[in-house]
Design a protein around this ligand. Structure first.
Ligand SMILES: [Zn+2]
Length: 414
């Protein structure tokens, strides 16, 4: 049997690439949207369609529907249904319309190859603002809301090999294919349906003709990443509004919200102030004097059994580093003083075996936490998507307080 020449082999490969591009398949690296902090924007005190809408200019709406669904994840349909519903609501919302109008993107919606399917011919319209040579956010908004009903075919698959590609899309068949490795609730700061909705929004931009190109994959240059970030921001604003309908301590009383487990402060990133900062700085100075960096302090309000001792129910920890990373665990019993007001106290049970020098790194904070009464309320500080921010306040002297971000877990701590 004759083997094809090297040249013929290369030609075949080139032909395959052209065919793939011609079929309108576009693949995407891991979406950074949900991993990035929200841009600095004032949170909008609105819910969909209730304020800020000129009634004479009705909001356009889009309803995303499921065509076919093939999934390697069992019982994925309810998640997919919820994601399509969430994405439809976000894209049709006043918040999304207002946000997108503030952005413009690199001009990448000009497809270089002829369309091979009539639907795509309809959809992929070359739009660039001739004055700026940029794609205005309002143009992307028009495209996303061009049709009242959009039917998407969804495929969730096991790629069968390691990959960092989250998914791909085909504009001819309106198919969005997602690799299942990242669709795990445990890995997420937002819910599975929310994360999938963000991903579908990213891919939908490709279906509408926006492409990754030589421009940076940033939320201010790339349409898909930019829209993914805006969708994540709107979803998180809505989620946070729901969470805040109940007091923070009501969730802690019965550990009923997985987001509210570890309250963490990284002083280098989260500058504290006033009397609390004076106390914290003493611990940081002790750490530096020992030639170590002070990384975080945190409370774990629902530690695993392996981090409970003699009736303790909370861990207070400090992490420091210098060559080796050390997590100091202090086992505390947290007792509610007033469950309605949400006030509580801590009593010290045990330490995880830190030497006397190491105990200096947390000495002043421990003295504070072991001697006063505290409460927690939501903080208005804007944190990364998926993180509830809280103020931790000394009841006896409210000038002593810190703000922190809640984490569902932190790999270094467990
Ligand atoms: Zn992409």
């Amino acid at each position: 049997m004759k083997h094809p020449s090297r040249k013929a082999h290369i030609m075949k490969l080139l032909l395959l690439i052209v065919v793939i591009i011609g079929l309108g398949v576009s693949s995407c690296k891991k979406n950074k949207a949900a991993l990035e902090p929200a841009p600095i924007e004032e949170p909008k005190p609105t819910t969909p369609n209730d304020t800020g809408t000129d009634p004479s200019v009705p909001l356009k709406e889009v309803k995303l529907k499921m065509g076919t669904l093939t999934s390697s994840i069992a019982n994925f349909k309810p998640t997919a249904d919820e994601a399509l519903d969430l994405l439809s609501k976000v894209l049709s919302s006043q918040e999304f319309k207002d946000s997108i109008a503030k952005y413009n993107y690199a001009p990448t919606n000009q497809l270089s190859t002829p369309r091979q399917c009539s639907r795509a011919t309809n959809l992929n319209i070359i739009k660039v603002n001739p004055l700026s040579n940029r794609i205005d956010g309002t143009m992307v908004h028009d495209d996303l809301l061009k049709y009242k009903d959009v039917t998407l075919n969804l495929v969730v698959r096991d790629r069968g090999e390691p990959t960092t590609v989250m998914g791909s899309s085909s504009f001819c068949t309106f198919t969005i294919t997602s690799n299942d490795y990242w669709l795990k609730e445990d890995d997420m700061s937002m819910t599975l349906a929310e994360e999938y909705a963000i991903h579908l929004g990213h891919e939908l931009c490709h279906i509408l003709g926006y492409y990754h190109n030589t421009h940076p994959d940033t939320k201010t240059e790339d349409v898909s990443y930019g829209i993914g970030t805006l969708i994540a921001n709107v979803l998180w604003d809505w989620s946070l509004k729901e969470i805040k309908k109940k007091t923070l301590h009501s969730y802690l009383l019965d550990n009923s919200n997985w987001r509210l487990r570890c309250l963490a402060v990284e002083p280098a990133e989260m500058k504290q102030s006033g009397k609390f900062d004076n106390i914290l700085q003493q611990d940081i100075a002790n750490t530096k004097a020992a030639g170590r960096s002070y990384n975080h302090f945190y409370f774990d309000f629902n530690p695993p059994e392996t981090q409970r001792k003699n009736g303790s129910n909370v861990v207070f920890g400090v992490t420091t580093a210098s060559g080796s990373y050390w997590v100091e665990h202090n086992y505390y019993k947290m007792e509610w003083i007033d469950k309605n007001q949400g006030t509580f106290k801590f009593s010290f049970i045990a330490n995880n075996g830190s030497g006397s020098a190491t105990l200096n790194y947390s000495k002043n904070l421990r003295a504070l936490f072991e001697n006063k009464t505290f409460k927690m309320i939501y903080s208005n500080q804007k944190g990364p998507n998926g993180r509830v921010m809280a103020n931790f306040i000394c009841v006896e002297d409210p000038e002593i307080f810190f703000y922190g971000k809640f984490e569902r877990k932190w790999i270094n701590w467990f």
